[in-house]
Design a binder for this molecule. Sequence first.
Ligand code: PMP
Length: 343
Amino acid sequence: MVPYTPGEQPRDMEYVKLNTNESPFPPSKKVIEAVNSLEVEKLNLYPDPTCKALISKLAETYGVGEENVFVSNGSDDILNFSFMAFCDKDKGAIFPEISYGFYEVYADLYGIDYKKVPLTKDFAITPSDYFESGKTVVIANPNAPTGLALTLAEIESILKANQNDVVIIDEAYVDFGAQSAVSLTQKYNNLIVVMTFSKSRSLAGGRLGFAIAHKDLISDLNTIKYSTNPYNINRLTMVAGIASLEDADYYKNCNKNTMEVREYTKTELEKRGFSLTNSKANFLFAKCGKIGGEQYYSALKSKGVLVRHFKNEKIKDYVRITIGTKEQMDVLLKKTDEILNEV
Ligand code: PMP
């Protein structure tokens, strides 16, 4: 087996950490209050396995029924459950060749036959490549690490053309400017939208993901959950999740800031000769032009800035840069200028 390699978390020095798409902003004060309060004293007791209060708040936030919501320990957990539930040796999976690396890992883990579809030369997903697939379709929207998003109409075309198969849309980065497919879950019973609190709700360390889908798909995910780990959300994360949903304005502002800083950084990198995709996520996918992706990544690391480089031949010239605060991005730009002057 080849396991997934998470972004590095080195401890040798303080880095400007722009390599794992975390939010640079702390959770809202309401979250901190909720976690600090009486809840800690109740850690001797198991959490509610049905996650009723959290699910009810998510249902209210997204305008769906409680039977349409599933929560788990990060969206990775839900993607894992989805591969377990909706694919097997006979029912394969189909996903883009360049996408979130975990899809292939899950497929390999469960012995699932899968097809990887190449992107266009501009890294775009072509919806018709997924029509009549006869397989479980898995698409990250926006895609990672390219940041490119499909429109709602394009997602709907994939759903229409795969009515007998499950379509999983991974919306980990949707809150940074793409269109969510949640509304389509009312119309298509084959759609499952997977989201996370890790990025746009500053809760990567809390591990909380959720899915919205027709109740039959949610019921299948619950079957997997109750066959593996019924207490999949701990007490502290449960209250943190509810409190974040109650402070939507705070996160809206943080995300607005991230989108503005993304566009600022993109323009500044373009001025320095970089090529970038039109990212709708909290990261940029950037090619230096003057030096290779690995060399740029290493030079930045030696100057205390961490970004992510992927060894895949097709994207080896690129790096993925998480959008931090304006100050962090100015450090990245300053170090980039130093690197460009040195070559
Ligand atoms: N989907 C995509 C596309 C991601 O990039 C990530 C983050 N690595 C995840 C899902 C998983 O995020 P989490 O488990 O923190 O919710």
